[in-house]
Design a protein around this ligand. Structure first.
Ligand SMILES: NCc1[nH]cc(CCC(=O)O)c1CC(=O)O
Length: 316
């Protein structure tokens, strides 16, 4: 066992108890163990896990899936929390930092159905399940005839509701299905140009207290710099728009060489205006450049008609 003075003797990972969250925490646990650390998990239930009867956009409040984990970090019951980056608010509370962003799984959305192979194959007026305002807005842009019905719960719950026949198809992140060994449920993956992913989709982020330099150092070898820069730009779009789960907003970046190509789409929360889409690119070698590109794209969204949410005024 390592005995360097600054190396933590034993690390505790706070995690939600959904199968996907546990997979993610165990993944980080295995990587840290591989580097000689002793690592245990602390499972907990969050508000976002408890409220299953309402759309998250109606429950309101940011960070429904992360608050309880942060309390555990604050109280010293755990040293880090592993999150799906998509669920992490753009601004972390004072005293917390994102210490690590890891290699991204497939960022695309997946079309899942027991009867139809693609979105195009769905009959007129078919019922598609999703509670994501982003997916809803993008689906309606592709197929205005579809009937979108709410669908909450963890990945397995959503698949069960599909199998019970309540929907003709559902849309889920490919990453979650692949991590859970459920890739065979994916009928097609949407190309980002059609169904632009959410900021951070498919990436894992690890949150720690900013005072824990020992944990930050232990996590440094797990980081993927290109992914981190990409999601930084995506999250800058979202932060500049005051984005939350009550705003239909997509942001997706990919590197070609040192050039980061960034796309964003915005829909008005009432679904009355047609979606606004913009794209831009820049050479990105550091976080400042990634943030600048994201902020520039958010300004372009607004110039094209997108309306940012006013901070401190959560939308109804
Ligand atoms: N909002 C729930 C959530 N958070 C992260 C994922 C999937 C995995 C990921 O994006 O990393 C999911 C499920 C889904 O959107 O289908």
């Amino acid at each position: 066992m390592s005995s360097a003075p600054s190396s933590p003797s034993s690390i505790v990972i706070a995690t939600r108890e959904s199968q996907l969250a546990l997979w993610q925490a165990e993944h980080v646990q295995a990587l840290l163990r591989g580097r000689g650390h002793q690592v245990e998990l602390l499972g907990m239930t969050t508000k976002g896990d408890q409220i299953l009867d309402r759309a998250l956009s109606k429950v309101g409040g940011k960070g429904l899936f992360v608050k309880e984990l942060e309390v555990a970090l604050e109280e010293g019951r755990a040293d880090m929390a592993v999150h799906s980056l998509k669920d992490v608010p753009m601004e972390l509370p004072e005293g917390f930092v994102l210490a690590c962003v890891m290699t991204r799984e497939d960022p695309r959305d997946a079309f899942v159905s027991n009867r139809y192979a693609t979105l195009q194959d769905l009959p007129q007026g078919a019922v598609v399940g999703t509670s994501s305002l982003r997916r809803q807005a993008l689906l309606q842009a592709l197929r205005p005839d579809l009937k979108i019905e709410p669908l909450r719960g963890n990945v397995n719950t959503r698949l069960r509701k599909l199998d019970e026949g309540r929907y003709d198809a559902i849309v889920l992140a490919a990453a979650g299905l692949m991590r859970l060994g459920l890739a065979d449920r994916i009928r097609t993956k949407f190309e980002p140009a059609q169904m632009l992913p959410a900021a951070g989709q498919g990436a894992l982020g690890i949150e720690v207290r900013s005072s824990r330099q020992d944990i930050i150092d232990a996590l440094a070898p797990l980081a993927d710099q290109a992914t981190w820069l990409t999601v930084t730009a995506e999250r800058a779009v979202s932060r500049s728009m005051g984005g939350s789960c009550s705003m239909p907003l997509a942001a997706f970046g990919r590197f070609e060489g040192e050039t980061l190509h960034l796309d964003a789409a915005w829909g008005d929360p009432e679904g009355k205006l047609s979606m606004v889409r913009v794209q831009d690119n820049a050479v990105v070698k550091d976080f400042a450049a990634a943030n600048a590109l994201g902020e520039r794209l958010a300004a372009q969204l607004q110039a094209a008609g997108a309306v940012p949410a006013v901070p401190g005024h959560p939308q109804a």
